[in-house]
Ligand binder design. Structure first.
Ligand code: BG6
Length: 478
């Protein structure tokens, strides 16, 4: 993972080049990587989508995307250099041989941009288009030695994920496939691996003997942002839980891998999923924010969830009996992605009969975003006469320590895939098992509970975790 060797020359094809993901994430990410000198000399981006667009229009679109969502200036010589590597091919996905023109364009790109036959296909279309794209690539024989990136959600249940895996494998080897989940590109998520496996002090306490419960919160302030058709079809469990929250959970719960080889790491993540029983519907709360049904293109009686909380357990020696409480939702009080391990209370309170009462459980908190950092929340003695206890926080803050903005998740993952490293991408069996665990609530989802925008979700989610409570760190004042 994150080796410093440069990627081989390659031409990137973005399918769905006129879509939201391309505009918000992909084009700004490629440009930033280019500015940072992290892309190979032989490099080009080819946009492919149904909409008619000239090369110039696509380049203009890219400039406006970088201006709106990027963090480097899209002007001057550097932009010119990048712009010259952008081109666009309008085309279909469905019709046989529809990608012949793309194949020819790739060949001329090899000559003009020195991309040397390297192929990097990025599927940024709605998932329904993936099978046709894969078939077209195979038909035009563009697949040998190519890499293909598939966006989440990968399928919508176990059966469709298997089907998609089969369709992919008809054309690509597993070693050519990169199933992306951008949470794995977040520095703070990767840092869980560093924290756990490069420090000796955590392993002895990272288990049921010391951990009382684990919480993962991914709270968003935004709503569905005009993605009604996607949300009506998908909902939070498929969009966020099966993907981002499960990824973070497996990294937290996995056994130490025998090495940092991508497959050894992914073996351990799969073992976590295998140790989970299918989710118990009585341990699930689905929520929908008040006002969701008034959004454009949302059904008046929609049962799509914009919030989900689940409690899961793992049947293994490390975690038996420890609840993992996972929640995520839109239009919540504020944006906060946080992981916490709450440790068991002291076995016997030696302060009994004094003024000191232990105030709470020790907790290790990983702030994934914003205010990225790690803190240890402890009881300490309050200064002064007598023995009174107080809460203290030992805090590590990325920004204060490193003074540099973190790499965007998409930038990092694109780079890893271009270099051919699978560590931060999900494997076939992993994605299938994650669907399998959720099958009971996908097949027969419990009714949605309404919650007010700006709250922390439905009240039922509070009951789910009793006698514990959900918590996230208060925002920093400075
Ligand atoms: C995406 C989901 O994968 O992640 C969106 O489709 C969600 O619904 C987004 O808003 C959240 O990502 P981040 O990086 O802002 O936490």
């Amino acid at each position: 993972m994150a080796s410093v060797k440069p990627a081989d020359p390659q031409a990137v094809v973005i399918f769905g080049a006129s879509g939201d993901l391309t505009r918000r994430k992909l084009l700004p990410a490629f440009y930033h990587l280019f500015v940072e000198g992290l892309l190979p000399e032989g490099f080009a981006v080819i946009g492919y989508a149904r909409s008619e667009m000239s090369d110039q229009e696509f380049q203009e679109e890219a400039r406006s995307a970088v201006g709106e969502f990027g963090r480097c200036d899209a002007s001057g010589e550097q932009w010119e250099e990048f712009r010259r590597r952008l081109s666009y091919i309008p085309g279909e996905f469905e019709n046989e041989n529809a990608m012949e023109n793309l194949r020819e364009h790739l060949e001329s790109t090899d000559r003009e941009q020195g991309t040397n036959g390297g192929r990097f296909f990025y599927c940024a279309t709605p998932p329904a288009a993936y099978p046709a794209i894969v078939q077209r690539i195979g038909e035009s024989a563009m697949h040998p030695d190519a890499k293909i990136v598939i966006e989440k959600p990968f399928g919508r249940d176990l059966e469709s994920a298997k089907e998609l895996n089969d369709q992919l494998h008809e054309v690509f080897e597993e070693s050519q496939i990169y199933r992306i989940d951008h949470y794995l590109g977040k520095e703070t998520v990767q840092n869980i691996l560093a924290l756990r496996f490069s420090n000796g002090m955590f392993e002895p306490i990272w288990n049921r003997r010391y951990v009382d419960n684990v919480q993962i919160t991914v709270a968003e302030e935004i709503g569905i942002e005009g993605r009604a058709s996607f949300y009506e079809e998908t909902g939070t469990i498929r969009d966020m839980m099966q993907t981002h929250l499960f990824q973070v959970m497996t990294i937290l719960a996995m056994e130490p891998p025998v090495s940092f080889d991508p497959d050894r790491l992914r073996d351990e993540k799969v073992r976590v999923l295998r140790s989970m029983k299918p989710v118990d519907p009585s341990k699930v709360v689905r929520g929908q924010y008040v006002g969701y049904r008034d959004e454009e293109d949302v059904a008046k009686d929609s049962q799509a969830e914009t919030y989900a909380a689940i409690q899961v357990e793992m049947d293994n020696w490390r975690w038996a009996g420890v609840p993992f409480n996972l929640r995520t939702g839109k239009k919540l009080k504020r944006k906060a992605t946080e992981v916490s391990l709450s440790f068991r209370s002291v076995p016997y309170n030696v302060f009994k009969g004094t003024d000191a009462t232990p105030l709470g459980r020790d907790a290790l908190v990983i702030r994934v975003q914003p205010d990225e950092g790690i803190s240890l929340n402890l009881n300490i003695k309050k200064p002064g006469v007598g023995m009174e206890l107080d809460r203290a926080v030992l805090d590590f803050d990325y920004e204060k320590t490193y003074h540099t903005p973190l790499l965007e998740a998409y930038e990092l993952l694109i780079l890893e895939a271009m270099k051919g490293d699978h560590t931060l991408f999900t494997r076939e069996d992993e994605v299938e098992r994650a669907w399998d665990v959720l099958a009971p609530i996908l097949e027969d989802p419990p009714p949605v509970k309404l919650y007010q925008p700006g709250s922390w979700g439905p009240e039922e989610a509070e009951e789910l975790v009793l006698p514990r409570h959900w918590h996230v760190t208060e925002p920093r004042e400075d």
